[in-house]
Design a protein around this ligand. Structure first.
Ligand SMILES: Nc1ncnc2c1ncn2[C@@H]1O[C@H](COP(=O)(O)OP(=O)(O)OP(=O)(O)O)[C@@H](O)[C@H]1O
Length: 626
């Protein structure tokens, strides 16, 4: 028997390892199983090049739980180690690795560490009071037993093990008894080992052994796209997210230069924004699960996607702030953005119908990407779609900015030469404005999702010659500011009388009444809220920075009276002043109502007044008919 002390440079690292990363103790199993996988892979490589000529046998890895003995054992049938190798790799290499790791991370934020590699073999001491290692090398050497109780002293001796490979026996410590529970171990295996390339079997001494491995050794992303059918991709999605709806489409990533990266990104169906981020992209390194916190590796707007990314080139044992500055990470980020944009463009070009059908779900990614990523914006401007809103709640064709421009340019250019994109945020509520705009030959598009207000304000500076105007921002004639004058059929005297009646009926200082000569078939009264003020108020309501002041401002409303509407000739001819006033008040209320601005007592009064008018009642009539 050989006794020895592990070379300790500065201080004993064992107490630190034990206390270390309390919340993340379960990673010991990932570390030890990764080592078992590496040892198995190395043996396969040796066999592949003809150096190992024996029988490979069943290369499974076993995780054995013995609650009674208080042990958890990880066994592999990989290359194994001779006594010299244990001394070299475990006593020296692994120890100095762990030592360096502990030094680097001492005192650092634990959250930074989650899912990051590095502690290796010695992570076993996070959960063990004692660790035994039995190993037999693939080469001709006696089997060896190594033992350490978490002090720098170890014991090493020959042992009777006959099978090639390594068993690591963990004597689970008091504080870590949770790892003697079958369900807990299954949970950890499910999390980290789901797609490892060597079959892993869980053996609980107290129950019947599993006949199936806990992992899928051939996950779809490691296969060639040509070997996979659409069904295979769908099946793999279900394996990842058993409760998710089927994905819309996917991108198979496969890069080997200038970095290694494979993976499958899925576009999920997203109808409601609250569903976002329920499932996430998972990051793997050589099929070992690392984390589902992919914040710095995947561009922010693509975090809404699902799927897996596997790259041995993403530095895993460094802190997050370092990750952001890493040139590989930046390259990976750009590559993924490009791939996603290319894929979307490909579907847009080759299967426009499918693209339009899916637009409802992908619009959020595309718009978010266009707002936050300049490179993506450039590509996506070509396939970003806007759907036309037609009167009566109907929808029309989809337009790109380019086709919208071609069809609308003739009528919708303002005096500054800008293309005015008319949009609705609520096709039902704004239906009368959509009808009026359609009557003039204008094209109105639907921009009615949560992201659209920011999208509009971010696109205006990017699409330099485009201006967005909500369809109810002004009377239809003024939506496109062409500085044209329209004539009223009323005389100056008649106009003044009409203005006076409106003034008497609507003494509210926030309502500005103006007379215009619009076309006779336009609405008699139109209520509008200016585009800019409305946007400010919407932003204030959404809690935009420094915007609360706008939120407190009263609504400024413009009430445009269409002097050319025939009803006003009737109104002016009405001798019953009370009825005349009521008619005017009702016309104004109808306009407010169509904008959802008539509320409370004003609404009650309107209903009462309407009934009175329908009954033909007015004060003067009542006096005349005692
Ligand atoms: N099950 C095993 N079979 C054969 N060799 C092993 C086994 N476990 C560990 N080793 C040897 O011990 C070395 C150190 O292991 P350790 O887990 O500490 O670090 P690593 O695997 O090299 O790196 P890291 O875990 O940080 O990615 C390994 O490189 C390997 O040579």
């Amino acid at each position: 028997m050989q006794k020895g002390a592990i070379r300790v440079q500065t201080e004993n690292i064992f107490p630190i390892i034990k206390k270390f990363l309390y919340s993340d103790h379960e990673i010991f199993l990932r570390e030890l199983i990764s080592n078992a996988v590496d040892a198995t892979r190395k043996l396969k490589t040796l066999a592949g090049v003809g150096e190992f000529k024996g029988d490979l046998g069943d290369l499974r890895i076993e995780v054995r739980l013995d609650t009674e003995a208080g042990t958890l054992t990880i066994s592999d049938r990989g290359i194994g180690m001779s006594a010299d190798e244990v001394d070299k790799y475990i006593n020296q290499v692994a120890f100095s690795g762990a030592e360096a790791f502990v030094k680097q991370y001492k005192g650092q934020d634990e959250a930074n560490m989650i899912g990051h590699f590095g502690l290796g073999f010695y992570s076993a001491f996070m959960v063990s009071s004692r660790v035994e290692l039995f190993s037999k090398s693939w080469q001709d050497a006696p089997a060896v037993r190594w033992e350490c109780d978490g002090s720098p002293e170890f014991v090493m001796e020959e042992t009777a093990k006959t099978e090639r490979g390594t068993d690591i026996v963990l004597h689970i410590n008091e504080e870590s008894r949770e790892f003697l529970e079958s369900a807990r171990i299954r949970g950890v295996l499910g999390k980290f080992c789901r797609f490892l390339p060597v079959p892993i079997y869980f053996v609980d001494k107290e129950s019947k052994p599993d006949d199936k491995p806990v992992n899928n050794t051939q996950p779809a992303w490691i296969k060639k796209p040509s070997e996979l059918t659409p069904q295979d991709y769908q099946d793999f999605y279900r394996e990842l997210y058993p409760f998710g709806e089927p994905p819309l489409f996917w991108i198979h990533l496969n890069v080997d230069y200038p970095f290694n990266l494979t993976g499958i990104l899925y576009f999920p169906k997203i109808k409601h924004s609250y569903e976002i981020q329920k499932d996430r992209i998972q990051l793997y390194s050589n099929q070992v699960f690392v984390t589902d916190e992919v914040k710095d590796i995947v561009p922010e707007f693509l975090m809404l996607l699902h799927g897996v990314i596997d790259s041995p080139d993403i530095p895993l044992n460094v802190s997050r702030s370092y990750l952001q500055g890493d040139p590989n990470v930046k390259k990976i980020n750009n590559h993924i953005t490009k791939k996603v944009a290319d894929k979307l463009e490909e579907i847009f070009k080759n299967d426009r119908k499918a693209f339009e059908e899916k637009w409802e779900h992908i619009a959020l990614f595309v718009k978010y990407g266009m707002i936050t990523d300049d490179k993506f914006f450039e590509k996506a401007s070509k396939f970003h779609l806007m759907q036309e809103a037609l009167p009566g709640g109907k929808t029309g064709p989809f337009h790109t900015l380019e086709t919208y421009r071609q069809e609308a340019e003739a009528l919708q250019k303002n005096k500054d030469g800008k293309l005015v994109v008319l949009y609705t945020t609520d096709p039902v509520q704004q239906d009368s404005y959509i009808s009026d705009a359609a009557a003039k030959g204008y094209k109105v598009v639907k921009l009615d999702t949560l992201i659209d207000p920011s999208f509009i304000s971010q696109m205006e500076p990017k699409w330099e010659d485009v201006q967005f105007t909500r369809v109810d921002a002004d009377i239809t004639d003024n939506l496109i500011d062409k500085q044209e004058k329209s004539e009223s059929v009323l005389s100056q005297g008649q106009e003044n009388t009409l203005k006076e009646i409106f003034g008497l009926q609507l003494p509210d200082p926030h309502i500005k009444v103006e007379l215009k000569g619009l076309s006779a078939d336009a609405q008699p009264v139109v209520v509008t809220r200016g585009e800019m003020m409305r946007r400010m108020k919407d932003m204030a309501a959404a809690g935009g920075p420094g915007m609360s002041w706008y939120g407190e401002m009263p609504d400024e409303i413009t009430m445009t009276v269409n002097a050319n509407h025939p009803i006003f000739r009737q109104v002016l001819q009405e001798n019953d002043k009370d009825k005349q006033g009521k008619l005017v008040h009702n016309l104004a209320d109808l306009a407010l109502l169509s904008q959802g601005l008539l509320k409370g007592t004003a609404l009650t009064d309107f209903v009462k007044r309407s009934v009175e008018l329908l009954e033909g009642k007015s004060k003067s009539r009542i006096i005349l008919e005692p």
